[in-house]
Design a protein around this ligand. Sequence first.
Ligand code: ZN
Length: 188
Amino acid sequence: MRNPAIIIVDLLNDFVTGELKVERAQKIIQPLRKLVEAGRKNGVPVIYSNDAHYKMDHEVVHKWGGHAIKGTPGAEVIPQLVPKKEDFIVEKRTYSGFYETGLEPLLRSLYQGRGVKTIILGGLHTHICIRHTSADAFFRGYKIVIARDGVEAFTEETHCEGLEYLKEVYNAEIKAVVEIIREFKKPK
Ligand code: ZN
């Protein structure tokens, strides 16, 4: 895996236990903990891509209602996955982690300026923010890896369709967290 970075998408209180809570999110917490811990241990940057909405944001007004409002507890990362000092946090105001955010310059500046090449995605939701972030990653030439047991959606159906789409359209590799961690440990 060339110059990987882990991006954890919207593992925020409102999506797990709050306004837009989905029970299925519980399943991915432990695998993602393992993933970020292994990442930190092996020098893989960990980036949190977090909704931090204003009340007038388009998707708040026209689609989902109030969720992950900047500055509220609902917009904080869940307690089980709290970012560490060495991690990066990039706020976003709609589905894609790239859209009008500092994510791209951050990725370019990592690995002593040689830049991230592989993006490992975990979080919520497979068919929404993971999908749109993958689209923007693909357009920019990144290799995309999806943590199979580290992404979820509202239903089994939207989750499975989401994975299929990522594989088919963005050539994403769908891998279990244990397989991804194994690759961190391989000599480069
Ligand atoms: Zn949102």
